[in-house]
Design a protein around this ligand. Structure first.
Ligand code: FE2
Length: 275
């Protein structure tokens, strides 16, 4: 009997600030030993103190072997990060939302080698309660699947989507919309992990939000006293990232059968680490 080829993808949700980077750098060697992922992905829109990326912060993740990066609405907030999208080190393994209305550097789809096969990773942003204007992610994925990711043979390509959105309803609706057409839909942006990992009826792996890698004693990764003061109407001070204390790690391990082209494992990885 010939056993089929399996592959594992480890996907970290939004890495928030230096505490998030320290936590991911500290834990990845152990996760590698434990799970042996073939590919490691991470959402980096909040990497540089909550606002986008810089070459230095991406290098920290490169140094621990993160394969490629997705992002979201905050990715262009640090001007030092703009050139990363054209830098030879990252231009093919760093993406931003594909459906932005504004003209921005970079692209929203990348392809990664997965045990000799191609894995496409797509970044899309939701429309509800998001400040940035975007094209409908539903129309965008239809266009991507019918015009941009045509396979050269009969095999269906492996496609993972980082769906960066605020509301649970838009995320679940999107998951069902693409069920059976893509390998997985992993939500990011809210920084709070959801307990709804599942394989949808037609075979797509789904989670509403992976959750953050950042400060635990915080409000979605932001300094909690400022956040509370804002909610109590006592200040309009802008949020600052919480950078100290215990960090929470939130990632998803996706296991796929490369021959049967099916999902056979979906595991939430949730840890605390004092960095
Ligand atoms: Fe976001």
């Amino acid at each position: 009997m010939i056993s089929s080829m399996k592959s594992k993808i480890l996907f970290f949700g939004d890495i928030v600030g230096s505490i998030g980077r320290r936590a991911v750098c500290a834990i990845l060697p152990r996760l590698r030993e434990q799970y042996s992922p073939d590919v490691v992905l991470a959402n980096v829109e909040n990497l540089a103190h909550g606002r986008g990326i810089t070459p230095k912060t991406l290098i920290e993740l490169d140094d621990i072997g993160v394969t490629a990066y997705t992002s979201g609405n905050h990715i262009f907030e640090n001007p030092n990060g703009l050139d990363c999208f054209i830098d030879v080190r990252w231009k093919d393994r760093l993406i931003r939302p594909h459906n932005l209305l504004a003209h921005r550097p970079g692209k929203g789809i990348m392809s990664i080698q997965l045990n000799g096969q191609k894995l496409f990773v797509v970044n899309l942003m939701g429309q509800l309660f998001m400040k940035d204007a975007v094209h409908s992610p539903f129309n965008a994925i239809d266009h991507i699947l019918t015009h941009e990711l045509l396979s050269t043979d009969d095999t269906k390509p492996f496609i993972l989507i980082d769906f960066h959105a605020e509301t649970t309803s838009e995320k679940e609706a999107f998951g069902h919309y693409v069920d059976g057409r893509v390998t997985g839909v992993f939500g990011t942006h809210t920084h709070v992990p959801t307990a709804d990992l599942k394989v949808l009826p037609h075979g797509t792996a789904y989670v509403t939000d992976i959750g953050r890698n950042g400060a635990m004693d915080s409000v979605v990764g932001f300094e909690k006293m400022t956040a509370l003061s804002r909610f109590l109407g006592k200040t309009q001070k802008s949020y600052d990232i919480a950078e100290h204390g215990v960090a929470e790690i939130n990632a998803i391990l996706l296991e796929i059968d490369l021959d049967c082209r099916t999902v056979f494992g979906l595991t939430r990885i949730q840890e605390k680490i004092d960095v």
